[in-house]
Design a protein around this ligand. Structure first.
Ligand SMILES: [Zn+2]
Length: 259
């Protein structure tokens, strides 16, 4: 509750960014943290209402996801905002990787938890919403990411193809918070596609003390993290935007990777 009070006092700040997944455990070089974001995506229109699931024809990729047992998160949370980083070229790889796909698909258990997190966020402020930057990421897209990253010298930011990403199981989500009244994402102190030192939750207190993370940015992160954790997600230590709905062991036992 303390977090929320601070949050409401300080108000909502602005941030725009995109969010590819970095390696789950290996921090990138310090130079990556100092680099400016490679691209800035336009914020959604102020006051825009997110589109619900089922209001248009489904793409081939979406039908494939549903056949694999995944669900569109808007089926569980119609008011959630989705803007996938790889659905346009406005990402760290400057490449559109989802050709006919701009919806967030997850395993049902993960989608239910995300809907729960959205309800928690809405209970704090109706003008706030979760904003999904990536959800399921098929293995062939992960492979393509790796190949592009290698060409660009960015492979330290991506999981090697031999490791199945939790996104590929459909149980991981990259998410931020957006103020629907202004169309601006809340300021988290770093761009989601800049997984350097500033992105790491494990260093937040140290960054706060050093003045590299403001009290507002820190509070915004706590707000996101507390809502996601209360809904049953687990954060990771090096990316504030990445959350997992179950353990890797559970994912391997219950689900097959999406190819
Ligand atoms: Zn992620």
């Amino acid at each position: 509750m303390f977090i929320f009070i601070i949050f409401l006092i300080l108000g909502l700040a602005h941030e725009c960014g995109v969010s590819p997944e970095a390696s789950g455990s290996k921090p990138p070089p310090a130079a990556a943290a100092a680099a400016p974001p490679p691209s800035v995506r336009a914020a959604p229109q102020a006051g825009a209402k997110p589109r619900g699931a089922g209001t248009r024809a489904k793409s081939g990729e979406e039908r494939r996801m549903e056949a694999a047992g995944l669900v569109n998160v808007k089926s569980y949370a119609p008011d959630i905002v989705v803007q996938l980083a790889y659905a346009s070229a406005n990402n760290i790889l400057h490449t559109q990787l989802y050709s006919d796909f701009n919806e967030a698909y997850l395993q049902k258990d993960a989608a239910r938890k995300l809907a729960s997190a959205q309800r928690i966020v809405k209970s704090i402020s109706p003008q706030l919403s979760l904003m999904v930057h990536d959800a399921v990421r098929p293995q062939r897209i992960q492979q393509r990411c790796w190949e592009l990253a290698r060409v660009r010298g960015l492979q330290h930011l991506f999981m090697p193809p031999k490791t199945i990403s939790m996104h590929t199981y459909g149980v991981a989500v990259d998410v931020s918070l957006i103020n629907l009244a202004t169309g601006a994402e809340l300021d988290m102190g770093s761009w989601p596609d800049n997984p350097g030192a500033l992105a790491a939750p494990r260093r937040e207190r140290e960054l706060l003390r050093a003045g590299r993370l403001s009290r507002q940015q820190y509070t915004n992160r706590l707000l996101l993290r507390s809502a996601m954790q209360e809904a049953g997600f687990t954060p990771i230590s090096n990316e504030w935007w990445h959350f997992e709905a179950c353990s890797r062991k559970t994912a391997q036992r219950k689900y097959r990777p999406i190819i």
